[in-house]
Ligand binder design. Structure first.
Ligand code: SF4
Length: 354
C-alpha cells in the first residue's frame, strides 16, 4: 500500500509520519487529578497495544498531576488543553510529549507564542484538532470537509508564522464521508502528519463499524499517520479496534489471525464455540511467529476455502481434521480438535526453529 509522504514528528519515543508505522492512540476517561486511577488505565491501554495516550487537562490540579503520571507510564503522554495557555505551559514543564491545543482557542498572540516557544524548546509537537461540532460557523460556515480544512489551515498558519512546524493535524466529524473528504483535502494541501479518526463514533458496536469505515477508507488511500478510534466504552476497546483496522489493512502484523467460516448447512459443529476457544488459547500463548489459523465448518470445502492459513481444523460429525497449508494432516476426534491443533502449532514452530 502506497502511503502519502508526510513530515516526521517525534512524540517521545514514537515517530508520527515520515513513513513510520501508523500508531494507535487513545484517551483516558478517568479524572486526570486521580493519578492512581489514570495510571492504572494507561497501563491497561499499554498492554492492549496503545502507542500514545492523551489525558484531559481541564484545570491546574490536572496539570499538576501530569508529572507523576508521566513518571509511572511507558508510552508518550499527550496533554489535551482548551483555552488556557497557562495549562499548556504547565503541561510542558511537567514533561508531556505532545500538546493537543488549538491556537485559535488560546486568544492573544503573545499567549500562543509563549506556548509555541516553550514547546519548541522542548521539541514537543502540537496537534491541531478541529472538530465539526466546535467549528466557528460564523467564520467558516456549517460543518463540511471544506470548512474543517479551512479552519485547521488557519490554525496551522498561526503556528507557522511563529516558525513552529512540529505540527500534527486532525479534522474529525461524526459523519464518516465528511471526515474522509476533509482528510483527503488536507492531505493535498499540507505535508504535516495526519491524526485520523471519526469523532463521537458512538457505542462500541456501531462506533466500531463507523470508525472502521472512516479510518479504513483513509488508510486504504495511504492517508493517515496515527489514529484514534472514539468509542463510548472502555478506551481499551478503542485500542483493540484500532489495532484490528491496521491488521486488516496489513499495516501491522498481528501475533496471530483466526480465519473462521460463516458456517452453513454443511457444518456439523458449532464453529463460533470452536473459534472462540482457539482464539482464547492463542491469545494466552507466546507465538514464535505470526500464524494464520483456520477454524472451518466442514472437511469438504474448509481446507480449500482456508488454503491461505498456515494450519487449521475442520469440524465434522464426531471426527474433525487438522490441515496444514490446505492439505489434510490427520483426522482427530472432535473433542480433541483444539488440543491437537495446539500441538500442531507447536510442531510447526519447532520445525521452523530447527
Ligand atoms: S467451510 Fe464448509 S461449513 Fe464452512 S461455510 Fe464453507 S462449506 Fe459451509
Amino acid at each position: 500500500m502506497q502511503r502519502r509522504k508526510t513530515r516526521a514528528v517525534r512524540v517521545g519515543g514514537i515517530t508520527i509520519g515520515g513513513g513510520a508505522a501508523v500508531s494507535v492512540q487513545s484517551m483516558t476517561n478517568t479524572d486526570t487529578r486521580n493519578v492512581n486511577e489514570t495510571v492504572a488505565q494507561i497501563h491497561r491501554l499499554e498492554k492492549a497495544g496503545c502507542d500514545i495516550v492523551r489525558v484531559a487537562v481541564p484545570d491546574a490540579a490536572a496539570a499538576n498531576a501530569l508529572k507523576e503520571i508521566k513518571n509511572q507510564i511507558n508510552i508518550p503522554l499527550v496533554a489535551d488543553i482548551h483555552f488556557d495557555h497557562r495549562l499548556a505551559l504547565k503541561a510542558l514543564e511537567a514533561g508531556v510529549d505532545k500538546l493537543r491545543i488549538n491556537p485559535g482557542n488560546i486568544g492573544a498572540r503573545e499567549k500562543v507564542e509563549a506556548v509555541a516557544n516553550a514547546a519548541s524548546e522542548r521539541g514537543v509537537p502540537i496537534r491541531i484538532g478541529v472538530n465539526a461540532g466546535s467549528i466557528d460557523k460564523a467564520k467558516y460556515g456549517p460543518p463540511s470537509a471544506e470548512s474543517l480544512a479551512n479552519s485547521a489551515l488557519d490554525q496551522v498558519r498561526v503556528l507557522e508564522e511563529l516558525d513552529f512546524h512540529g505540527i500534527v493535524i486532525s479534522l474529525k466529524s461524526f459523519d464518516a464521508p465528511m471526515t474522509i473528504a476533509a482528510y483527503r483535502r488536507m492531505s493535498e494541501l499540507v505535508d504535516y502528519p495526519l491524526h485520523i479518526g471519526v469523532t463521537e463514533a458512538g457505542l462500541a458496536w456501531e462506533g466500531t463499524i463507523r470508525s472502521a469505515i472512516g479510518i479504513g477508507a483513509l488508510l486504504a488511500e495511504g492517508i493517515g499517520d496515527t489514529l484514534r478510534v472514539s468509542l463510548t466504552t472502555d478506551p481499551v476497546e478503542e485500542v483493540k479496534v484500532g489495532m484490528e483496522i491496521l491488521y486488516a489493512l496489513d499495516l501491522r502484523e498481528p501475533p496471530f489471525t483466526v480465519i473462521s467460516c460463516p458456517t452453513c448447512g454443511r457444518s456439523g459443529v458449532d464453529i463460533s464455540v470452536l473459534a472462540e476457544d482457539v482464539k482464547d488459547r492463542l491469545s494466552k500463548r507466546k507465538m514464535a511467529r505470526p500464524l494464520k489459523v483456520a477454524v472451518m465448518g466442514c472437511a469438504v470445502n474448509g481446507p480449500g476455502e482456508a488454503a491461505m492459513a498456515d494450519v487449521g481444523i475442520t469440524g465434522g460429525s464426531g471426527v474433525g481434521m487438522i490441515f496444514v497449508k490446505g492439505q489434510l494432516a490427520r483426522k482427530v476426534r472432535e473433542e480433541e480438535l483444539v488440543d491437537e491443533l495446539m500441538k500442531e502449532i507447536e510442531r510447526i514452530e519447532h520445525d521452523q526453529e530447527s
